[in-house]
Design a protein around this ligand. Structure first.
Ligand code: F6P
Length: 322
């Protein structure tokens, strides 16, 4: 059946650049004569029939904004068969025969459920965690890295003035990609990620003592939220070294802000590609990036893939921060 009307939704944690993806998907479809409905608050909106028709101007003035104009949510009802059936019925009742879902791995599972129940669906990876294995860069990751870098640069100013150690927790759920890259960008003495077993003496204290001997007086320790415990870590560091230590959890500030060029362009390409796939009659695909190209994978295959952690980069980070 020819594609006549699509729905676009954002789901899970918001990520800067989601708006650019919504815009691109909506405009691509409208340009090709396909009607578009925006869905509010992720799968909740599909279940509760909370959607609205979009025109070319519905997505004006959003490309530079963080967050998502469609709002977002995590929807437990959609994890049930009844919830999925309700969503499918809402799609059918509204004449929707294609859905674009922008979100993280939970959202992609939802896209898989819709596809399995006969509703053609394409996923776009949007998460600051960059933890979608098939995709080198997810929407929001670049902006979040830059936001974190800016925040930690500020922490460094004050840590430097007081000869202190600043212990900073960055997001990433169970993944350390954000922490590793931010840690390198801010010249952290130690970067603690869930992918590498943590040894307090070896990974923090020895490094601080070693660098102190060559004159270093302030320190940045970047900790991924998947490891956590920055308050206790700061206390322990202070006790072990006598260096005043302060903990900061960057928190949700990392998810906000105007998207970077990279996120806007990536999101635009992904939104465009997602609609092209629906037009080609494809379903259950996730759009991805590899080596600066846009491609797509079967969602099931994509969710089974494992993203390698860059141990070379991790080792390099520690070799150069002495
Ligand atoms: O997945 C994005 C993310 O920001 C994670 O880094 C974090 O663990 C989680 O979402 C926080 O979720 P919430 O917004 O529900 O507190």
């Amino acid at each position: 059946m020819a594609l006549k009307r699509i729905a676009v939704l954002t789901s899970g944690g918001d990520a800067p650049g989601m708006n650019a993806a919504v815009r691109a998907a909506a405009r691509t479809a409208l340009f090709k004569g396909i009607e578009v409905f925006g869905v509010y608050r992720g799968y909740n909106g599909l279940i509760n029939n909370d959607l609205f028709p979009m025109n070319l101007r519905s997505v004006s003035d959003i490309i530079h904004r963080g967050g998502t104009m469609l709002f977002t949510a995590r929807c437990s009802e959609f994890n049930t068969e009844e919830g999925i059936q309700k969503a499918i019925k809402v799609c059918n009742d509204n004449g929707i025969n294609g859905v674009v879902v922008i979100g993280g791995d939970g959202s992609l599972r939802g896209a898989q459920d819709l596809s399995r129940h006969g509703m053609p669906c394409i996923g776009i990876p949007g998460t600051i965690d960059n933890d979608i294995s098939c995709c080198e860069y997810t929407i929001g990751y670049d902006t979040a890295m830059n936001t974190c870098m800016g925040m930690v640069d500020r922490l460094r100013d004050t840590a430097q003035s007081h000869d202190r150690c600043s212990v900073v927790e960055v997001m990433g759920r169970n993944a350390g990609y954000l922490a590793l890259n931010v840690g390198i960008a801010v010249g952290a003495t130690s970067i603690i990620v869930p992918e590498v077993p943590f040894d307090f003496e070896r990974d923090i204290i020895t490094r601080m003592k070693m660098t102190s001997q060559t004159g270093k007086k302030h320190f940045i320790v970047v900790v991924a939220e998947g490891v956590g415990g920055v308050m206790e870590l700061a206390d322990e560091i202070q006790k072990s070294t006598g260096i005043e230590s302060r903990a900061t959890i960057l928190g949700h500030v990392q998810r906000g802000g105007s998207p970077s060029v990279r996120d806007r362009v990536l999101a635009s390409e992904m939104g465009y590609h997602a609609v092209e796939l629906l037009i080609e009659g494809k379903s259950n695909r996730v759009v991805a990036t590899q080596n600066d190209s846009i491609l797509d994978y079967d969602i099931e295959v994509a969710l089974r893939m494992k993203k390698p952690f860059d141990f070379e980069l991790y080792n390099m980070a520690h070799e150069i921060s002495i």
